[in-house]
Design a protein. Sequence first.
Lengths: 491, 426
Amino acid sequence: MSKNKYDVIIVGGGISGCAVAWKLSRYNLDVLLLEKDPDVATGTTKANTAIIHAGYNADPNKQKGRLNTKGNVQIKDIVKDLSVPFEEIGSLVVGMEGDDLSVLDELLEKGKKNGVEGLEIVDREWIIENEPHINRDVKAALWAPTAGIITPWEFALAMAENAVANGVEVKLETEVLDVYTEADKVKGVKTNQGDFAADYVVNAAGLYADEVAKMVGVEKIDIHPRKGEYYIYDHAKDFEINHVLFPIPTKISKGIVCTPTVEHNLLIGPTSDFVDSKEDLATTTEGLNKVFNGAQKMFPELTLKDSIRVFAGLRAADTTEDFVIEAAENVHGFINVAGIQSPGLSSAPAIADLAAELLSEQGLELKEKKNVIEKREEPARFYEISNEERAAYAEEDKEYGQIICRCETVSLKEIKDAINGPIPARTVNAVKRRTRAGAGRCQGGFCGPRVTQIIADELGIKPTEVRLEKDNSNIVEHKIKGLLGSQGDAE
Amino acid sequence: MIKIEKDVVVIGGGPAGLAAAAKVYDNGVKDVVILERDFELGGILPQCIHNGFGLHHFGEELTGPEYSQRFENDVEERDIEVKLNTMVLDVTADKKVFAMNKDQGAMEIQAKAVILAMGCRERTAGALGIPGTRPAGVLTAGTAQRFTNIEGYVPGEKVVILGSGDIGLIMARRMRLEGADVKAVCEILPYTGGLTRNVVQCLEDYDIPLKLNHTVTKIIGNDRLEAVEITEVDENMKPIPETSEIVEADTLLLSVGLIPENELSKKAEVALDDRTGGPVVNEGRETNVDGIFACGNVLHVHDLVDWVTEESQIAGDWAAKYINDDYKRSEKKIDVKAGENVSYVIPQSIELEAEDRKRIPLYMRVSTPLTAIDIELYADGEKLYSFSEPFGKPGEMISVPLAQKTLNDLDEVSEIRVDIIEKEGE
């Protein structure tokens, strides 16, 4: 299957790498996407606020500002083509009693410069009518109707799957260890799975983009991980929240956001704290308190009763606090797509366009392919459909009739399809991201053992080899009596 | 979609559903079906391979599978219809039950009465919001028990258990018997949440340390659990940072509470009680929704399955009366209230008219533990009588009877209150 030589190798299967793969799959090119982990979208892409920003907050003089608004517009077509859960619910930046409300006017002006449509300042009455449970200290807000919510990992996965459908190769668990150059030209990459040749390399390595850049001598990129902590709530909440709600922003952060998710959970967060390690994904007491207190300022009735999970993600922030999307100066054929922090998700298609443009400037011929597959088939998504629709699916295939995850209503067929999909789900978390099995209130307490067994059966491995996410994350370690030295009834 | 009509649909084939279904049948209502989501009957009992079941109900000590088998046999002997691997996705207030399975696909069953017997789920690490990472090796004690006793796999080798609920205590011993190093059971409260006999037989007999007033304050390890931070807490349950210690572990089991699983009940517009997490019921275990009954752990979390059986037989009896038109809510309703140091009382009301009523057991739990207690019953503020017990522990349910004689005298009463107080002079 593997070719000896590719036109382009993309390093990293996060939202940016997947978007670039999707974009390049429109052209007559041999493209290879390499991801070090067992699934795409396992880094920053899986742990963020899941928002498509309107684009008023980004500095118009930065790449962020230029790409956010464009991406926001593009995404609305892409989610339709690729069947990605998305809702354009709009966002509010909410000013409370005692806040500096002039910030709202500044944001409005910035938004206009960035070309954001539909922005307006709304008054207390409007806000209370549209968000009945909001703090009564609310004074005014910036309303951005074009903002939306999305399932970020599915957005990345959908682009990667569509790229595969259009001929891109994806190799998981393939870590780039070095980039080969010859006479200041990119020649290929060295990985833990062998060497792959290519004339062009796109560095979309997220938190590790600086390290990959250094492989070709680019020293200017410097990624400082900035942690964001979150709470996620069950569907059953005390009250509804209808929009993405921001407090008045500070210099480095948009503050604690309260937002519904596309799957009707409530998400609150994030904090914004620089950390030393790119592996530091731990939540903290202080961070979680900050998140909850921040959210409670917006919604005084909020409690922690229906919270089902806490998590933390790391923003891959460059010291410039801007995206660094550019060709390397010293090496021909090397494009950096680095420093992709918020609004990276919102900008993804625009980032991919820019990367393609840069590749073209470097001499890559972008010849449009005939017969591009534009659509991705919508997965069954039992969690959100009616009983009548579920019944119809079950008539089509009996395995839809067997429900494995009770909290999120996920069928056996959906889980098997995920494991055998274009980018196969090989881990329990990969199945969870694709189907929502284990994403509900019992957090896999009931379906976990069954999902583990289904993965083992479908992949033809032992249950003791089934992983939660990465290496060394096995769900179960031994057969019973294994710790007592029994060799009996070995598999 | 298949459409079916049934007199009684029992949702859940665990001990509650099995006992209720058999009782319904024995009262002459034979058009009953049990819907069970798992591949076998028995609910959680098949994975409870330890003994200690049945002392109250059968006067002998059984294992979980043995206890369950007796009720499975009852159902089989009566030829009661059972649908396994069948998940109920919806119940409406007019008693339409929507369910699915692999063989029959989707079905809508119109029931005359529904018995909710879905049991409970475990509180998770995510719900507790324990700071730290989210690695493999952090699971609830019940899930670990299923892996070990049903699937045949041991989650890990070095184990810390958070919470001293019964499943946690049982799993401490189970993991030790599998050769694991069980480092400690941490309990944030100054007393255990489980039965005394489990503390003795599962921890003390195996020299497993029980750390009261301790909790897990950090989960460490990105991929596989590497260690946990254990910290002592003060009287307000706030961690005392200088007492923290790091304990190497590849497995953290949580036994930090059970939550009645009432998502379906909510869909059927059943009113819930904040204190129990289960439906508000009358003495027949009927909810606020006409003809929808509830019993077992979906109603309130039990410590002994024997009480589940008793309660489910009550629900089965009354559900059959409901079908047989021998059921009437009386004009007068007596509210049953949890008073001083009582966290809840089941049932929450007494309102049914019946000729042959003998006695009504009141199930209750004490809020804070006491040695030597008086359980006092008041009718509209006037003391009826009291019972003495040697102790009251939140982990051990207390059952107090309301005798028929008492009930007959309660015609004018609108409220019964229960207080549990420290016995005077002790």
